[in-house]
Design a protein around this ligand. Sequence first.
Ligand SMILES: *Cc1c(COP(=O)(O)O)cnc(C)c1O
Length: 480
Amino acid sequence: MKFLSTRNSAARYSAVQAILQGISPDGGLFVPETFPTLDYRALLPLSYAERAAKVLAAFIDDIPEENLLSMARTAYARFGAPLKDGILELYHGPTLAFKDMALQILPHLMRASCRAVGETREILILTATSGDTGKAALEGFAGQSGTRVIVFYPDGGVSEAQKLQMVTQEGDNVRVVAVEGNFDDAQTGVKRIFASDTVRERLNARGIVLSSANSINLGRLLPQIAYYFSAYADSVLQGVIAPGEPLNVCVPTGNFGNILAAAYARRMGLPLGKLICASNRNHILTDFIRTGVYDRRREFYTTSSPSMDILISSNLERMLFELAGRDDAHVREWMRALRENGVYALDGSALRTLQDEFFGGWASEGATEAAIAQTFREKGRVIDPHTAVAISVLADYRTQTGDGRPCVVVSTASPYKFGRAVYRALGGDVAALDDFACCEAIAALVGESVPQSILDLPHKPILHTAKCAPQDMERVVLHE
Ligand SMILES: *Cc1c(COP(=O)(O)O)cnc(C)c1O
């Protein structure tokens, strides 16, 4: 199995090369040369770790399958992806968000990849985060020999718990830096550093090589395919669908990574129905799916679902590659138009293909709050704002299309990461409370306890206070 670049389909890379490099030298993203098939029926009796290893082995042939299995067993020893009442809970990892599904196994994949290609330089992982990737990357890589991590997060653009999770991170191989800008500024800065030959050469002279823990990295994407297979298998086991029956999925989306993994699962033969792409007030993807025009020349909003406050959805490039019939020239042209003019448009046939596969919808801040309140009222469940965006969009989808087919809603974070927004939505008076008091109040409402990792946060020393302008990110990296 080889991988090629969305901007150069002639080049060929092995899986381990793609995982180590993160992004292709031409600026494109790595995509599989063909999609391997995998029969979900073989996964029915397996544990989550075993299912994940099967998915990884379908793509990665330069790491032995038994090694992939032992990595998956280590990564998913304490959490998996339980499906409860149609909600796929992906937030039981150490940082309480779905990013752990990939970032708990990525360090293992990176180490194995280094061994496989004989890489002996130190790996410097650069990460831009909209709130959750940063902590998940820190948690995965802190204290791992041979790697360093620098996380850039948007100053003022993440929740209090998200920020504290990052700035209290221990480990002498990690740095956390606030960027004076939004997530797109941070992500663009990281991409610019990756594309800079000067930075590469100067780091290389010090025995350091760059890689990425963002969802542009193939090593993030592949583990995410596994939970769609797992959700389908569990839907069959729970009798929600008959074997082979199409299953819809509704996914809260920002960088288009989570939902892209569903599109990949379908191409591997998983019988998925509609992929419902749920956005918040930054609904550039909804507009794109409805009109075929991707136009980033719009206002950026900070919302209660900050991990989806994104206007440049990097992983969409992988979908564009499929929509273009895998024609790299088309992708280069669209990406050039986006860079230079801030906009590109699909032609009619690519748009129809996109709309066949995806439905796009978005939830306002009010609709998001209403979904949190309604889910609590009707089911006694407390959900986080990202999950609430998906719940709200699914209701709209059903009303608009009449499609009542079973649907799995992907739940991406614990409500305790967003205590203030959640407690407010539940009707709580948050004015006099800090975020931790809000968490206690939610826990009292549902009769459970606040996760220990959240309770610990206010007592931990702040270890990272650095701040920089977007144009200074390169300097931060070179000081390393
Ligand atoms: C990252 C994130 C998302 C969006 O995932 P993408 O892969 O960027 O589409 C949704 N919810 C939460 C809680 C997240 O952390």
